[in-house]
Design a protein around this ligand. Structure first.
Ligand code: ME8
Length: 637
C-alpha cells in the first residue's frame, strides 16, 4: 500500500532575510523528504512565509516601507534561497495568498459558529518578537526570555478562542500517543505548560491598532491574530478541506520546528484542530538552536551566520552534511567555521573523498576502467564487509525514521572507515602484482560498498551521491528497495576516475587562485607547437549542456561571478565573466560546461566546473552557445 509523508517547516517571518537557523530547519525537512522518497513514499513538502502581524508592521514602519512591499521582498529571498541549498519543496506558501485568506476566514467562522470564539477583554504582557502574550511564569524580570526585551502591557477588547476548554483532552492525547511531540524533553515541557489552567487565546487585534492581517469574517473592525492565521497554513498548503491531497496527507503530517515555537505548535495548534474537528497532526518534531560562540545569533551582536556565504565557500553538499552531522536533533549546537572545516576535512575530504578517488583510480589502472567480476577467491573479510554494509543500511534506515539524523550519518561513516581499512588490509596494489583473481574480488567488494554508501548519503548530499553513482556507472533510478542485496553492481560497468570530490580546506578564509579563474579560452592559448591530442584524451573531458539557475557577483572582484548551473544536477561555477556579463541577465541561459574537472576554490569559493567562452571581435568575451534550445545535461560531443 502506498505510504504518504507530509513534512512542513515553520513559515518564516518576513521582517528580515534568511539566516542559518532557517536553513537548518528547511534542510532537515528536505533530508527527510528525500529519505521518504527513497523509501518509495509519496511525499509533500511545504515551506513558506508568515507575513502578517505587529512584527512585520513595525519593521516596515522602521524601514519607511509598506508591510506588503517588505513581505514581497523578503518572501522572495526565502523562495530564491531554497534551490541554492538543494531544497526541493513542493509548495511555497505565503499567508497573504488568497486561498490562505479564504481558509483562515472559513475556519474562524466555523469555530465562532460553534461557540468556541467569544468577545471579551484582556490585559497582558506582549512580546512582539514572539508575537504572543507571556504568562507571569514565563516572564523573566519583566522581559521575554527568548528576545530579552521588556514586554509591553496591552489591554483591549478582543475575541478569544476557548483554549482552556480543550486542555484536559490535550493532556490525555499527549499521554496516550507517545512520540506525538518529540524528542521526549519537549513533550515534557508541553505537559508542564498544561499542568495549570491555560488562558483562552486572544485571536484578534483591533484594526485601529493593527490593520495588517486577515479580517475577521464576523467583525470587520478586527483582524486575525498572526499565530491563529499562521498555523492554518499547514492546512491551506494541502488544500483543506476538500482537496484529495488533504485527505491523502493530513494524517501523516510531520511538523518540524525550533524550540522557540514549541508553545504555539504544542498547545495552540492541537487545540485549534480539535475545535475544528480535524484530527491532530502525526508528530511535532522539535529541534534545538544553533548558537554562535555559545550565544544566541542576533543582529545586534553581529554574529548572524549567512548561510549563502557558507554554501559558497564549502559547497552545498558539505554545508548540508555539517548541519545534519553536527547537531543532535533536539539539542542546541554551536556553529563555527573552524568546526565546519574540521568536519569537512576529516569526514569528507579524507574519509569519503579519498576513498572514492583512490578506489576508482585503481579500477582504471588495474582493469582499464571496467568493473571486474568477483572471482571465486573470497576470504572472511569480504563477508564481514558485506555483512556490515547490510547492517548499516538497516541501521541507517531505523535511525533516519526516528529522526536520529546525526547517528544515521555516523553509521554510514562506520562503513566508510571499515572500507578504508579493508583496502589497507587487502592492499590491492600488492595483489595487482601477484594475484589478479583475488584483486578482482577485492575491487568488486570495494566498488559495491561505495555504491551502497552513495545511495545512503543521497538525502543529505544529493550532489555528491549523484556524482559518485555516475562515476561507478550506477546512476539509474536510486531507491531504498534497490540498495540491497549486496552485489548489485554489474561486472563490466565502466568506472571513471574520480578527482578530489572534496578538496581539502586548509584554514578559515584561505583562498587559492587557480588557472580556472581564467576563462577556458585564455588557458588554451599557445600550448606549444605539437598540440595534437589523442581522441581518447578528448573523450575523457566531459562537456555538458548547462542552464544557469542564478548568478551573483563575487564580493571584492570585478571579474568573478558565482553561478549555479543545472547540468543534470546543480553545480556551482566561479567564472571570470563579470566584465562581459551582468549577473542579472544570465539566469536561464544555456552554456557549454566542462563537468568533470577537479573541484577547486577561487577566492575561497568552491568551483565545480568550467564554462566555455571565447573572444569577441571587439576583444571582449562571449559564451559558447547553441542555435536552438539544447537538452540540459546532454553530453557535448
Ligand atoms: O517563528 N537555530 O518564524 P521565524 C535553529 N513565523 N533554528 C532556528 C534558529 C537558530 N538559531 N533561529 C531560527 C516564526 N530558527 C513564525 C513561525 S509557523 C506556523 C510560524 C528556525 O522566522 C527554527 O525553525 O522566527 C525556528 O522555529 C524558526 O526558524 C523561527 O522562524
Amino acid at each position: 500500500m502506498k505510504q504518504f509523508f507530509y513534512v512542513t517547516t515553520p513559515i518564516y517571518y518576513v521582517n528580515a532575510k534568511p539566516h542559518l537557523g532557517h536553513v537548518y530547519t528547511t534542510v532537515i525537512a528536505d533530508v527527510l523528504a528525500r529519505f521518504h522518497k527513497l523509501l518509495g513514499e509519496e511525499v509533500f513538502f511545504l515551506t513558506g512565509t508568515d507575513e502578517h502581524g505587529d512584527k512585520i508592521m513595525e519593521t516596515a514602519k522602521e524601514l519607511g516601507t509598506t508591510p506588503k512591499a517588505l513581505a514581497d521582498e523578503n518572501s522572495q529571498r526565502f523562495r530564491d534561497l531554497w534551490p541554492l541549498v538543494q531544497v526541493e519543496n513542493d509548495r511555497f506558501i505565503r499567508t497573504t495568498e488568497p486561498d490562505h485568506v479564504r481558509t483562515v476566514q472559513r475556519i474562524l467562522q466555523e469555530v465562532y459558529d460553534k461557540g468556541d470564539i467569544y468577545f471579551g477583554e484582556y490585559g497582558g504582557h506582549y512580546c512582539t518578537g514572539c508575537e504572543r502574550f507571556m504568562t507571569e511564569t514565563e516572564m523573566v524580570e519583566g522581559s521575554c526570555p527568548i528576545h530579552q526585551k521588556p514586554l509591553s502591557f496591552v489591554q483591549e477588547q478582543n475575541y478569544f478562542f476557548r483554549m482552556e476548554k480543550y486542555r484536559p483532552w490535550l493532556v490525555e492525547y499527549i499521554k496516550n500517543n507517545p512520540g506525538f511531540i518529540r524528542p521526549e524533553r519537549y513533550k515534557n515541557e508541553v505537559l508542564g505548560m498544561l499542568r495549570e489552567p491555560i488562558d483562552d487565546l486572544c485571536i484578534s487585534r483591533p484594526k485601529k491598532r493593527l490593520s495588517w492581517g486577515i479580517e475577521l469574517p464576523f467583525d470587520t473592525e478586527y483582524v486575525c491574530y498572526v499565530w491563529f492565521d499562521a498555523l492554518i497554513n499547514y492546512l491551506t498548503g494541502i488544500g483543506y478541506p476538500d482537496a484529495e491531497r488533504f485527505h491523502k496527507f493530513w494524517s501523516q503530517t510531520q511538523h518540524l520546528v525550533g524550540k522557540d515555537i514549541l508553545k504555539p505548535h504544542g498547545v495552540y495548534w492541537p487545540t485549534m484542530l480539535k475545535a475544528m474537528g480535524v484530527e491532530p497532526y502525526r508528530n511535532l518534531n522539535v529541534h534545538g538552536f544553533w548558537n554562535v560562540d555559545a550565544t544566541k545569533m542576533s543582529k545586534s551582536l553581529g554574529n548572524v551566520v549567512d548561510p549563502l556565504e557558507m554554501k559558497n565557500k564549502y559547497g552545498v553538499d558539505a554545508f548540508r552534511y555539517f548541519l545534519v552531522r553536527d547537531m543532535v536533533f533536539g539539542l542546541d549546537s554551536n556553529f563555527s567555521e573552524e568546526a565546519l572545516i574540521e568536519r569537512y576535512n576529516a569526514d569528507l575530504a579524507n574519509d569519503l573523498g579519498n576513498l572514492v578517488s583512490r578506489s576508482t583510480k585503481m579500477v582504471v589502472k588495474y582493469f582499464d576502467g571496467h568493473l571486474p567480476a568477483p572471482s571465486g577467491q573470497t576470504e572472511d573479510m569480504d563477508r564481514e564487509l558485506s555483512e556490515l554494509a547490510v547492517k548499516v543500511v538497516n541501521d541507517f534506515t531505523t535511525r533516519m525514521a526516528a529522526l536520529e539524523l546525526h547517528t544515521a550519518l555516523i553509521s554510514v561513516w562506520t562503513l566508510i572507515s571499515a572500507l578504508n581499512k579493508y583496502i589497507d588490509r587487502t592492499a590491492p596494489w600488492e595483489l595487482a602484482k601477484k594475484n589478479p583473481e583475488r584483486l578482482a574480488t577485492v575491487m568488486y567488494h570495494i566498488m559495491e560498498t561505495i555504491r551502497i554508501v552513495a545511495v545512503l548519503i543521497f538525502p543529505v548530499m544529493p550532489g555528491a551521491s549523484h556524482t559518485i553513482l555516475g562515476l561507478i556507472g550506477a546512476s539509474g533510478d536510486i531507491s531504498h528497495a534497490g540498495i540491497l542485496p549486496f552485489g548489485k553492481l554489474s561486472p563490466g560497468t565502466i568506472v571513471s576516475p574520480a578527482q578530489a570530490l572534496f578538496p581539502r580546506v586548509e584554514k578559515v578564509g584561505e583562498s587559492r587562485e587557480s588557472p580556472q579563474a581564467r576563462p577556458a579560452v585564455k588557458a588554451q592559448k599557445d600550448q606549444g607547437t605539437d598540440n595534437t591530442v589523442d581522441i581518447s584524451d578528448f573523450g575523457r573531458i566531459e562537456i555538458k549542456v548547462g542552464k544557469i539557475l542564478s548568478a551573483e557577483a563575487v564580493e571584492k572582484s570585478d571579474k568573478l561571478l558565482i553561478l549555479q548551473v543545472d547540468v543534470g544536477r546543480t553545480i556551482q561555477i566561479v567564472a571570470g565573466i563579470g566584465k562581459a556579463y551582468n549577473p542579472g541577465d544570465l539566469a536561464g541561459r544555456y552554456l557549454a560546461v566542462v563537468t568533470n574537472l577537479k573541484p577547486t576554490k577561487l577566492m575561497g569559493l568552491a568551483s565545480e566546473g568550467m564554462l566555455l567562452a571565447t573572444d569577441t571581435e571587439e576583444g571582449g568575451l562571449t559564451l559558447v552557445g547553441f542555435d536552438r534550445p539544447p537538452r540540459v545535461g546532454a553530453r557535448i560531443r
